[in-house]
Structure formats: C-alpha cells, structure tokens
Design a protein around this ligand. Structure first.
Ligand code: B12
Ligand code: SF4
Length: 532
C-alpha cells in the first residue's frame, strides 16, 4: 500500500530561514526552516515501511508542499491512504481546509487524522468535518499499520473512530504501547528540509546553524497540572525506551552529522538510573552533539547534573510556572519555590550553559502582586532565558473541565476553541491589565539582569548575535514590550458571544468552601516557606 503522511503546520511556529542567515556553502536542494521537525510522521514512516508499505512525507512549511502541491501529488500518485497529522487545537482550521481540498480532488481516498488534538477530540472532529474519514486515538505505531491492513474492515481497528451509514463509531480503545523499543528510528532524511535550531518567536532568533533534530526517549508524565493535556494523553503513565535503544538512535544521529538534539520528552528527568546510563553511553561512545531537555524541578536528579554536563547537555528547561506558592498550588504543580531555586542554581553551578524557565501568568486567582512576584522571583533565579506566557486553556485539561463545571465553557459548542484564561475567567485579571503587568515585569527583569548579572547577559546576547542580524536582535529584545500578533486569535466561549460580552462578567463565580479553605492553607504555607 502507498500512504501519504502530511504534517500540517501552525504558521505561528515556524518560518523560513532568511537568505542572509543561510551560510551553507552547498545548495543541496533542501530548504531551511526555523522550527521543530514533524516527529510524529517521521516516527510513523519507517514503521509502515517495515510492513512493506510505501510512504511519502509532506510538511506544509515547505513552499512546494502546500495544499495545491499535495493535491497534485495525490492525483498523480493515487495513494491508498492520506494521513494528516497536527499537534494542537490551534492548527485545526488549517488541517480542515487541507482535508477539504484533498477530498475534493480524490473523494475515494480515505483520510485519517492523528496527533494530540485528534486524540482528545476524535468524535467531535468526525461530526464536524465530513472530509475526514476516521480518527486515530493515541499512538500511531500499531494503529496505522493495522488500519492499512484493514481498510475494508475499519470496525476491527482498535483505537479508530470512524463513520458508517448509521453514524459515528468509536471502536474499542487501543492500550498504550508497552514496549517502545520495538520500533525503527524515525526517518529524518526523506523530507527535503533542514530544520534550524531556533526559538519559535516572531523574530528570527537562530540559535545555531548546526545540523539539528528532535528526539523522544520517553512518553507521558505522572503529574496532573491543571493546564496540561499530557496526563490524559498518557493516562498518567510515564513510559520509556531503554538507554540502549536511545543510544542506538543517538549514535545514528551522530553519524548522520547532527550536532544539536532537543529531547521533546514530556519529562525527561524522571529516572536517575536511566539518565546516568544514557549520559555514560554518550560519553563512552564519544558522541559529538550537544543536547537539551525539559523536566520538573522537583524530579531533577541533581546528582546527575555533573554527568549530564559531561555528556554535553547544554540546555535545560524547567517548568517554573509561578513565583508564589499560592499560584503553584492553584495550578496543581506540586512543587515548591524552594525546589525551583535549588534546581536552577544547581544546574548553573554544574555548568549547564543555558537554563530556561517557563512561566505562566494570569492563572485563576492570581493578583497583580502575585504576577509581579513571579517576575521578581525570575529575576532572583539564575535563569539564562525565560518565557512568560498568559495561561491558556485547552480541551482535555483539568482546567477545561473546571470551566465547564463553572459554566464558562460549553463543551458541545466550544470544543474546537482555545482560550486565554484572562479572556474568559472572572477570577483572572483582565487581559489588558495582564499585558501591562507583563511589560512592567519584563522591564524589571531586564534592569535587574543588566545590572545584576552583566557578564551573563553579555554572553547571552553574544550567543544570539552570532546568527542574528543586529536589527533582529534589537527586535528580539524589544519583543516583550510589543503586542504579539498571532495570526489567529483565541475565540470566546459561545456563552459570552451570545451575551455580547468581550470580557468575563466579574463576580459571576461562586467560590466554594473547599476553595476558600484550600486558598487559606496555601497562603499560610507560602508564609511558612518565606519565613524559613
Ligand atoms: C514538541 C512540542 C511542541 C513544539 C512543536 C513541535 C513541532 N513539530 O512543530 C513547539 C514548542 C513549537 C510546540 C508548540 C505548541 N504546542 Co506543543 N507540544 C510539543 C510536545 C511536547 C511533543 C510533540 C512531539 O514531538 N511528540 C512526539 C511524536 C512522536 O508524537 P506525536 O506527534 O503525538 O505523534 C504520535 C501520535 O500522536 C500519533 N500520530 C500523530 N500524527 C498522526 C497521524 C496519523 C494519521 C496517525 C494515524 C497517528 C498520528 O502517532 C505518533 C506516534 O505515536 C507535545 C506533548 C506531547 N507529548 O505530545 C506538546 C503539545 C502537542 N503542544 C501543545 C500546545 C498547546 C502547543 C501550542 C499551542 C503552545 C503555544 N500556545 O505556544 C503550540 C502550537 C504548535 C503547533 N500547533 O504547531 C499541547 C496540545 C494540547 C491541545 N489540546 O491542543 C501538547 C499536547 C502539550 C501539552 N502540555 O498539553 N509544541
Ligand atoms: S506540565 Fe509538565 S509536570 Fe505538569 S502534567 Fe504536564 S508534563 Fe507533567
């Protein structure tokens, strides 16, 4: 069988490398894109090939892989199946347009959609989009080959949601894959694209021009932060590939010339023994790339940091999230400010080049004081880089469910949307105020950084300046103070639209006794911590 696998991009998270930054000597016909590779379809392609199928990959960031080109390739090559993949809610409109275009040209070729958003919303997508024939719920490595083998009998494919004459059918669910070591390594060569290590920002912030790719060594996370989809996607479990299997892939990447690797694991830092086996393997094999990963501050195997540094881990990103214990508790983060401080300072002490902090502001109940406290906390930490995003809510997260329970979201009408909490939740500061506070916070942070850690700031700017035009560097520095314009703004919930509201109604929520008591306890805890 022949399958086309298409990764549909969200235009806010990639851009072509500007010509003047392209220093490669040879024009090998590959284009250069600032963005992460489409690891989902890269993972699925070799699995299908192992079963004897032919696969062609598309990534819509390529100028020759736009809807019209894919439609033309479909018409010429007549694949047996088209698989569409996207990550998040934000890409659904683009994916729907593409499905419509492809269906129009080849109505008889089945279109199957997969990915995190598809997994969370399978039935609704099928009801909403007649051009998609079926949805893959969960991991695709076993499901997709099974589907290709049973095109005439979709009812037999566990994990598939599909349509028959009677309506939408949800087959029995497919269990999570137990043995992640059984699959071939992802195909990183057949797409004619070099992915450039960069920050997905609205200015071209190139980090290096070394050969770069992503890799996944484990899946899932056992925690349950209220804004995160991972616990439901991974059913609260953390599964991992063996160190040996991971090292085999790393060796392959090393031999292919990759010199920078980013681990997209939800939580890489969970198992000390595994971290040390991987690091020791990298050192023993003399692998030449540098690598980075994300993790929680409480689980950071602090005693592994020297080994990680020795194994050339140069980037660590922590989910810091907030600078008050009250906000951390409200987010169900299950970490303390002390743990944050400890993890960040240990990472710097052991020589990790760049330590990044992810922060969210404007979470439910957060006050102006709390938000500014987060910026002050960030300024105190030895972080090299940081990002302060406004908290957003996506379907499948505990916060989405809370908003349904509180009457803010109508799941039947709002399922395909995402919201900034400050746009919809009456217990969150209004968006305009949050934006002003964010600018104030950034200004505070910059001043403190500039005067408090001038050498570190200089080195950081030098790193960016290596691959960026001066004008872009200035734009980057200025960007926190500018209004970021996403090409697609978040919607408002159906109920607010009906009522003609542009801002949530203040005082519309009733706070329960439990919430009151918990908030009190958290406050107290923060004070105890502060007094130590
Ligand atoms: C790396 C990453 C990013 C990278 C982008 C990577 C890229 N390729 O462009 C960056 C940092 C840019 C990013 C940005 C965003 N992300 Co993100 N991201 C991730 C992360 C951590 C890992 C993705 C990954 O590499 N997975 C590894 C591959 C192997 O898995 P996969 O793609 O899911 O594919 C498997 C299955 O889904 C399935 N499958 C996939 N496609 C298909 C197709 C078919 C036909 C079939 C049958 C099966 C199938 O099979 C594959 C193998 O099992 C996920 C979390 C996660 N664990 O999924 C969040 C995640 C997908 N991101 C999320 C979000 C919200 C975003 C943003 C909106 C955040 C923001 N506001 O800035 C943006 C939107 C980006 C976009 N739409 O392009 C949410 C999505 C929630 C939702 N309901 O929409 C997730 C789940 C994180 C979370 N904490 O909840 N992200
Ligand atoms: S935010 Fe991080 S720690 Fe929290 S549930 Fe998601 S992956 Fe786990």
């Amino acid at each position: 069988m022949k399958a086309f696998l298409v990764y549909v991009r969200d235009e806010n998270f990639w851009r072509l490398l500007p010509k003047e930054l392209d220093r490669s000597r040879s024009d090998n016909g590959r284009i250069k894109v600032m963005g992460f590779p489409p690891l989902g379809i890269q993972t699925l392609a070799p699995v299908l090939r192992r079963y004897g199928h032919t696969v062609r990959l598309f990534d819509t960031c390529h100028p020759q892989m736009q809807a019209e080109h894919i439609a033309q390739a479909v018409a010429e090559e007549r694949p047996d199946v088209i698989g569409l993949s996207c990550l998040s809610t934000t890409t659904y409109p683009a994916l729907k347009n593409l499905a419509q275009r492809l269906k129009l040209g080849a109505p008889q070729i089945p279109i199957i959609m997969g990915g995190a958003f598809a997994t969370m919303n399978a039935d609704r997508i099928l009801a909403d989009c007649p051009d998609i024939d079926c949805l893959a719920v969960g991991e695709g490595e076993e499901l997709l080959p099974d589907y290709l083998n049973n095109l005439d009998d979709p009812g037999s494919v566990a994990g598939l949601v599909w349509r028959n004459a009677a309506g939408i059918v949800r087959n029995a669910s497919r269990p999570l894959i137990r043995d992640l070591n059984q699959f071939p390594y992802p195909d990183r060569t057949s797409l004619p694209i070099d992915y450039i290590e960069s920050l997905p920002l609205d200015v071209p912030a190139v980090l290096s021009l070394d050969k770069f790719c992503t890799m996944q060594t484990s899946r899932g996370c056992p925690y349950s932060c209220i804004y995160c989809d991972i616990p439901s996607l991974s059913q609260g479990k953390w599964r991992h590939r063996s160190a040996e299997h991971v090292l085999g892939e790393m060796q392959q990447l090393n031999d292919l010339g990759y010199r920078s690797i980013y681990l997209t694991d939800d939580h890489f830092l969970l198992n000390r023994k595994r971290i040390s086996e991987i690091c020791e393997g990298i050192i023993a094999r003399r692998l030449k790339f540098r690598w980075g990963c994300e993790g929680r501050v409480d689980a950071v195997a602090v005693d592994q940091l020297p080994l990680m540094k020795k194994a050339n881990c140069t980037f660590l990103a922590f989910g810091v999230e907030a600078g008050t214990q009250r906000a951390l508790d409200r987010l169900h983060k299950k970490q303390t400010l002390k743990q944050v401080e400890h993890a960040v300072s240990e990472a710097k002490r052991h020589g990790i080049d760049r330590v990044h902090g992810f922060f969210v502001i404007s979470s439910p109940g957060e006050t102006e004081k709390d938000i500014l406290a987060s910026f002050r906390f960030a300024a105190r930490l030895k972080l090299d880089t940081f990002g302060f995003n406004r908290l957003c809510v996506y379907r499948g997260t505990p916060l989405w469910q809370e908003y349904i329970d509180r009457g803010i979201i109508d799941d039947t009408r709002d399922w395909h949307k995402w919201f900034k909490c400050s746009d919809v939740d009456p217990t969150v500061l209004p968006s305009a105020r949050v934006n002003r506070l964010r600018m104030k916070g950034y200004a505070l942070l910059f001043v403190r950084r500039l005067f408090g850690r001038p050498l570190c700031t200089y080195n950081l700017l030098r790193m960016f300046a290596r691959h960026m035009k001066k004008a872009d560097l200035l734009k980057l520095l200025w960007s926190p103070f500018r209004r970021r314009t996403l090409s697609r703004k978040p919607d408002l919930p159906a109920r607010m639209i009906e009522l003609g509201l542009e801002e949530p109604e203040k005082g519309a929520v009733s706070i329960t006794w439990t919430e009151l008591l918990c908030a009190g306890a958290a406050e107290e805890k923060a004070q105890i911590n502060a007094s130590r």
